[in-house]
Ligand binder design. Structure first.
Ligand SMILES: C[S@@+](CC[C@H](N)C(=O)[O-])C[C@H]1O[C@@H](n2cnc3c(N)ncnc32)[C@H](O)[C@@H]1O
Length: 413
């Protein structure tokens, strides 16, 4: 059914929402105040035309906008887009009755994403490489990507050719590409079981295309150069598939906020440490204990520590912090803690931290809802949230990161 709708607001996933007698209708790629026509099925409307555009509608920079599901908000003027993201953080905090000072959002430049994950599928006569169509498993084959760094965009045809050599499945699979100082690091997932001829073909291709590494389901197939990424003063040989902040400037902004807040501490725990994005920045001034669940990430961190001069002591511990968070007693050995969990947050860890005497805490998060829940736990334990800074790392998407800084008076020991 095609109907005219007035869009009232933007939803949490970046869709325009029209309020109707039958409830809200979600219409992607529309903006508040716009009059649109849409073909509606249940609560979803497919945009047909914008008949009255909003004054803050702008020309999307990418030719794939509207079909590719990678970006939802290229059509919104930058200032309003950033204000909307900042408000997502404010509203999440409010839902937990928290009203701390929320700073201006740190913006993210186009062409700055150093890590992207593409969806791929073999089709007759070729290979689709791109992103899933919005709300669909269909793959939109891309010719450009204005969020990614130039070395990734320039390699799109080369990556398709590599995928053809690596593909032993009729199903969709994934390819994470990271632009490192030593070249592109390509990690394939679910592309099928390679035979010896394919391994050789991939190795030859990687050498000719000057790739740093190709791995399949975590196994290194060829590694002409160790993929290296700077994390503060250290250069880290990142493991295949390990976590990496997607935009270097976002990592730098988060690192600086954490460092400024915890900078005077002598002993710091870095929880969910990955390969050391915060550890190395902090270790310029403090002893750091890095705790992380992935052994390969910790091994990379430990190796980089040994090759970086002038750092204070860095120790590592492999530990599942969901199952076995650091206890209050263990935490009390530190002056400061930074934690940066996955989207699920750090619920159990925060229950322990709330009871501790740790005076300075930095909470880094990619999910405002779990961040707000975890901050509420810490506030109930006597912490004050002194500031929250939203960070845009996933340009034109609905995702937003945040760094919250907390403190409480030092407990007598
Ligand atoms: C958002 S990343 C942050 C990594 C690092 N702080 C950085 O900025 O690069 C979250 C990290 O938590 C780790 N992780 C996920 N679940 C975990 C768990 N249950 N216990 C310990 N670490 C976990 C992941 O391997 C990942 O390195």
């Amino acid at each position: 059914m095609t109907t005219r709708y007035r869009v009232a607001r933007l939803g949490a996933q970046g869709d325009g929402i029209a309020d109707t007698e039958r409830g809200p209708v979600f219409i992607s790629f529309t903006l508040p105040g716009e009059m649109v026509t849409a073909a509606v099925n249940k609560d979803r409307g497919e945009l047909i035309a914008v008949t009255e555009p909003a004054s803050n509608r702008v020309e999307p920079p990418c030719r794939h906008f509207g079909t590719c599901g990678g970006c939802q908000l290229q059509h919104l003027a930058m200032a309003d887009y950033l204000a909307w993201k900042r408000d997502k953080v404010v509203q999440a905090l409010k839902s937990q009755a928290l009203k701390p000072a929320v700073g201006q959002i740190v913006p993210c430049a186009p062409h700055s994403r150093r890590r992207v994950t593409f969806a791929l599928r073999k089709v007759e006569g070729g290979m689709l490489l791109g992103y899933n169509r919005h709300l669909s498993h269909e793959i939109v084959d891309i010719a450009e990507c204005p969020i990614s760094v130039p070395p990734i965009v320039e390699a799109l045809d080369s990556l398709r050719a590599l995928a053809r050599l690596s593909c032993f499945t009729s199903k969709a699979f994934r390819m994470t590409v990271t632009a490192t100082a030593s070249g592109l690091d390509v990690a394939l997932l679910d592309s099928g079981v390679l035979d010896d001829a394919a391994r050789k073909a991939i190795a030859d291709f990687a050498m000719a295309a000057n790739l740093a590494r190709v791995s399949v389901d975590g196994e290194i197939i060829v590694e002409p150069k160790k993929p290296q990424v700077s994390m503060g003063p250290a250069v880290v040989n990142i493991p295949p598939g390990g976590f990496l902040q997607a935009v270097a400037s976002a990592e730098e902004a988060m690192g600086q906020l954490v460092l400024d807040h915890l900078g005077k501490a002598k002993r710091v725990a870095d929880l969910f440490a990955g390969s050391g994005a915060f550890t190395f920045r902090l270790a310029q001034r403090a002893e750091v204990h890095a705790v992380e669940g992935e052994a390969a990430a910790l091994a990379a961190l430990d190796r980089a520590f040994r090759f970086t001069p002038s750092l204070k002591r860095v120790s590592t511990e492999k530990r599942d912090l969901f199952e076995r968070p650091l206890t209050t007693k263990e935490l009390d050995r530190f002056d400061a803690v930074v934690f940066d969990p996955p989207r699920a947050g750090a619920e159990f860890q925060c229950r322990q931290l709330a009871k501790s005497g740790v005076s300075k805490v930095a909470a880094v998060s990619c999910n405002p809802l779990t961040l707000a829940r975890d901050l509420a736990t810490l506030v109930a334990g006597g912490y004050t949230v002194t500031s929250v800074t939203p960070i845009d790392q996933f340009l034109w998407s609905s995702h937003v990161e945040a760094v919250a800084l907390l403190e409480k008076p030092r407990k007598r020991r």
